[in-house]
Design a protein around this ligand. Structure first.
Ligand code: PHE
Length: 378
């Protein structure tokens, strides 16, 4: 049973404040139950340990400079989450398919950038914001609809760059890269990294930092030089700034060798007891891996079908027993009807599942996929 009133950032929130009877509301119970868990504020949890290690880097490199926030409420306005950081009206991240809406004006923040503008307006020039963020998404070992980010922002004044001989934007971009490479070295020691040019509505130029892990390049953060319009609106016309947003789970998976993102939410002592305060980079020893069970489901899709909606149905029924939902077949027949086949992997991190239990889950998935997504099972 889930508590029906939570206290977040000093604000009391009831279940009915989040799961409104509103046509735009798409927050399921599984998500409500994660609000207020605040993994990033637990000193013995890998997410909290990592947050503290990043604090330590900033405290050493910039003594007393960065203001830290880690209990800002995850319920924010559409304006904070999107408009204030210049996300265009037609950007995909605004869709009901990608973001959890409470009503037409409020959402569960999909990034910690939602707090940039208000903190700048309040006069902060160096800050870190850590918090839980929410996104409708696919199901696999590195994606979960709730995860944690840390946002960093640093504002410069003309004195900072004028003596340097480079223009303000290049100055900020260089400082940003140096700062984040220093952070990566602080966390990983020597590690292979690369910068990728990218696009964010709120920064220009924009970059992604990738780290080489388990034979793959893993995207760990996005960053860039803050759009001048954001500074202007917060009364800082003569400044430049940089910003970054870093995914704590991704980094923690690499640092602690945690193979599946669902483990962060486990209360199993065999997981929780392996970590202690201040101990970064202890390698997680998996307790024996229980066998997965695969079930396929095929159906004719319609125009409104999305994979995120399918994953939401699966999570609603199987919760954290759903390990992966993978499209394994996709074809369109002569009549123009498109069929998808998904392979669902069920696995518990904690115990062996019985055939009966999995059959029942799959049975419910089949039923709800038909009734909620209006597709035709094959
Ligand atoms: N908000 C971006 C994301 O969630 C990350 C980011 C933050 C990028 C700040 C640039 C600057 O992907």
């Amino acid at each position: 049973p889930v508590a029906s009133v939570l206290e977040l950032g000093g604000v009391k929130i009831g279940r009915e404040d989040v799961m409104r009877d509103d046509p735009t509301n798409n927050v399921p119970d599984t998500i409500f139950s994660k609000l207020g868990m605040q993994l990033h504020r637990r000193d013995q949890h890998p997410i909290g340990i990592l947050k503290n290690a990043i604090y330590e880097y900033f405290d050493t490199s910039y003594p007393n400079k960065f203001d830290k926030f880690d209990d800002l409420c995850p319920i924010v306005t559409v304006k904070q989450n999107f408009d204030d950081v210049l996300v265009p009206a037609d950007h995909v991240s605004r869709s009901y398919n990608d973001t959890y809406y409470i009503d037409a004006q409020s959402v569960l923040r999909c990034h910690t950038s939602a707090h940039q503008a208000e903190l700048l307006r309040r006069g902060h020039t160096h800050f870190l914001v850590t918090g839980d963020v929410y996104r409708r998404d696919s199901i696999d070992s590195t994606h979960y609809p709730v995860f944690h980010q840390m946002e960093g922002v640093r504002v410069f004044s003309p004195d900072d760059w004028e003596a340097s001989g480079v223009d303000a934007t290049s100055y900020a971009a260089e400082d940003l890269k140096k700062c984040l490479e220093g952070l990566a070295n602080h966390l990983f020691g020597a590690v292979e990294m690369r910068w990728i040019d990218t696009y964010f509505p709120f920064t220009n130029p924009s970059f992604e930092l990738e780290i080489y892990f388990q034979e793959k390049w893993l995207e760990v953060l996005g960053c860039g030089v803050t759009e001048q319009e954001i500074l202007k609106r917060s009364g800082k016309t003569n400044n430049v700034a940089w910003a970054f947003g870093l995914g704590l789970e991704r980094l923690a998976m690499v640092l602690f060798d945690i193979p599946d993102i669902r483990l962060f939410w486990s209360n199993d002592e065999r997981f929780t007891s392996q970590f202690s305060k201040g101990q970064l980079g202890i390698k997680f020893k998996p307790f024996s891996k229980y066998p997965p069970c695969y079930k396929d489901i095929s159906f004719w899709i319609n125009e409104s079908f999305t994979e995120n909606n399918l994953c939401e149905v699966v999570r609603g029924i199987a919760g954290d027993l759903a390990e992966e939902v993978l499209l394994i077949d996709n074809f369109t027949n002569k009549k123009g009807m498109t069929s998808h086949c998904y392979r669902i992997a069920y696995r518990s991190m904690e115990r062996s599942l019985t055939d009966d239990e999995i059959n029942e889950l799959q049975w419910n998935v089949r039923e709800q996929v038909q009734s909620k997504l209006n597709v035709v099972l094959r």
